[in-house]
Design a protein around this ligand. Structure first.
Ligand SMILES: [Zn+2]
Length: 138
């Protein structure tokens, strides 16, 4: 009773065929080298998955945080535009005062744009890491 069947070593890059006895636990690998290599591969995959999950969590946190900041800029840009308009219409304010008002408005618009770009980058990264199109922010 020495019937054997042949199976392939479970370590994918190995092409060894394992002869195994019909009874007893079937060996999964052709030897200790492949068992070790398969173990190292599982550890590496688990570490990669953990790193990807951490990057995904970080990207999602960035998108969530960008929303209230962007909303703040919507309001500030409106206030500064209204101030620039007031200065423009005020006959007592000279051009330097108006330029200063517009410099403030530009600074605020630039900061708003930086937050918007940060949001877009983080949303793209989150979608790529999660392997799907962008999800709505929750
Ligand atoms: Zn093997």
């Amino acid at each position: 009773m020495t019937a054997t069947t042949a199976t392939a070593c479970e370590y994918a890059p190995c092409s060894q065929v394992i002869e195994r006895a019909a009874t007893g636990r079937p060996p999964r690998y052709c030897g200790p080298n492949c068992r070790q290599a398969a173990h190292r591969e599982r550890v590496r995959l688990a570490e990669e998955a953990a790193a990807r999950a951490a990057r995904l969590a970080s990207a999602r946190a960035t998108t969530r945080a960008a929303f209230p900041r962007a909303e703040g800029y919507v309001s500030s840009v409106g206030d500064l535009a209204a101030e620039a308009f007031r200065v423009m219409a005020d006959d007592q304010s000279g051009r330097p005062v108006m330029w200063a008002a517009f410099r403030e408005l530009h600074r605020c618009v630039d900061a708003f744009e930086r937050v918007a770009l940060e949001y877009q980058d983080a949303a793209d990264e989150a979608a790529a890491l999660a392997g799907h199109d962008r999800l709505p922010v929750t």
